[in-house]
Design a protein around this ligand. Structure first.
Ligand SMILES: [Zn+2]
Length: 199
């Protein structure tokens, strides 16, 4: 089970070695799964809207777009002297990750809320699939190892209490950065070619 946080939110579910595709190829559209985001502390009045029309799905909270459209308009008035208030939102959104790594309080808070949202989402997946592992990738966490570890710890903090047999599920940062999706697609293509006798 993997999620990739970039401009939007991509995802994939692999069961017994095969990617879940679904009836019409829409399987694993993890970004548009709704979350009980109202339970995340420090977000009273937050209304995360997704391009797909839903309010409060995973992409509406965990994406660069969410930082620009939802989090900066929500948090900047609460941090009125913040430097990011002086630049336009799309530019500011791209600076949030770097500032979060440097422990800027507002930017850390944005990433904490995103991590807790992922915790809620992973909890849904754990109860649905009991997966072997949870993997997080994408530009949002192409950061120092320390920041990645902090983010993983925050994901765990955001999860509701897990049953004993679920609590030790590993959470990994995706290796290979941005090429992970391409590698996966290549493996799938090879499997398909072999299955149809082409390779
Ligand atoms: Zn959506």
């Amino acid at each position: 089970m993997s999620v990739v946080i970039g401009t939007g939110l991509g995802g994939g579910i692999i069961i017994d070695g095969d990617v879940v595709k679904g009836r019409k190829g829409f399987g694993g559209e993890l970004g548009h799964v709704l979350l009980p985001y109202q339970s995340i502390s420090g977000t009273a009045g937050l209304k995360p809207e997704c391009n797909c029309g839903r309010t409060g799905d995973l992409e509406s909270v965990c994406s660069l777009t969410a930082i620009e459209k939802t989090f900066l308009p929500y948090f900047l008035p609460r941090f009125p002297d913040h430097d990011l208030g002086k630049v336009d939102l799309s530019k500011a959104a791209k600076l949030v990750r770097g500032l979060a790594e440097k422990s800027d309080p507002m930017c850390r808070e944005i990433f904490r809320v995103q991590a807790h949202a992922l915790g809620l989402f992973f909890d849904e997946m754990i109860n649905t699939f009991d997966p072997d592992a949870l993997i997080v990738g994408g530009g949002a966490i192409e950061t120092s190892k320390e920041f990645q570890q902090w983010f993983i710890n925050e994901i765990r903090k955001g999860m509701p209490t897990q049953r004993e047999e679920q609590a030790d599920i590993p959470i990994y940062i995706m290796p290979n950065g941005d090429t992970a999706g391409a590698r996966g697609a290549a493996i799938e293509a090879l499997k398909l070619a072999r299955a149809s006798g082409l390779a």
